[in-house]
Write a new protein. Structure first.
Length: 253
């Protein structure tokens, strides 16, 4: 699991120091790392990971600068989402599931988030175009590791025109309040994910946008509901509207 000491300052007190039997790997170059911590609780030394053989103040990764930047950006984007989910789901266990065999390589997909709060959910946070082949491979892998029924969410960037294709707007009245919702035209690979049983959504500045289908629906009359009079026109409306019918008189309608 990737570790960012800037985000997890408590890691310095719970991680073993030194090489720890090869436990620490550099995501960018794949080299084993050495964890150096404070000698005493009152020390002002800043804990850090360093590459073997690095001289004091001159620790350098052998990976190219563009590769390092790509890895760091991927991890920052996923860890930002992990922090947002931690605030939205207090008490949930959230971790990054990284394959140590990919250390030093350019990964096609960043590590997925695993969220456990009762049920378990695997969350993908993407920032690059996704191919159908890559999506199918990740879908199979997640189901083989976590089970066929595991919820699998794919979070795309709302502000990336390659991941979000606008398709106009519609006027809706959820809970009786007029609102304007933006329509989206899913890409072929996003449609593939939905057909495979995954959930596709978009994120913009911390707000998650979840599609609801965009189709009108007919609300069936249940026992105790009165859809006559003013409520008659609401019986056929957008599925997100959630109209509240009147209470039916004794004996039904």
């Amino acid at each position: 699991m990737p570790i960012d000491l800037r985000r997890e300052p408590d890691a310095a007190s719970r991680l073993p120091r030194g090489r720890a039997g090869g436990r620490y790997l550099c995501c960018a170059c794949g080299s084993t790392l050495i964890f150096t911590g404070s000698a005493t609780p009152d020390s002002g030394f800043t804990p850090r990971f360093r590459h073997p053989g690095a001289r004091r103040g001159a620790d350098r990764c052998s990976a190219t600068a563009p590769h390092q930047a790509d890895i760091q950006t991927d991890l920052a984007v996923v860890l930002d989402l992990a922090g947002q989910l931690a605030c939205a789901l207090p008490g949930a266990a959230i971790w990054l599931q990284a394959d140590p065999r990919l250390a030093g390589q350019r990964w096609d997909l960043p590590p997925a988030l695993v969220v456990r709060q009762g049920a378990q959910v695997v969350v993908e946070r993407l920032r690059r175009p996704l191919s159908k082949t890559l999506a199918e491979t990740r879908l199979r892998n997640v189901r083989s590791v976590y089970g066929e029924d595991t919820a699998h969410w794919w979070v795309f960037d709302r502000d990336d025109t390659q991941q979000y294709i606008g398709a106009g707007t519609i006027s809706v009245r959820p809970h009786g309040k007029l609102d304007t919702h933006h329509k989206v035209r899913p890409t072929p690979v996003q449609r593939q994910l939905v057909r495979s049983g995954a959930t596709v959504c978009w994120i913009s500045k911390g707000t998650v946008l979840i599609p609801y289908g965009g189709h009108p629906g007919t609300y069936p009359a249940r026992d105790g509901e009165d859809w006559s009079g003013e409520m008659a026109s609401w019986s056929k409306d957008w599925k997100i509207s959630h109209p509240c019918p009147a209470t039916a008189p004794p004996g039904g309608v």
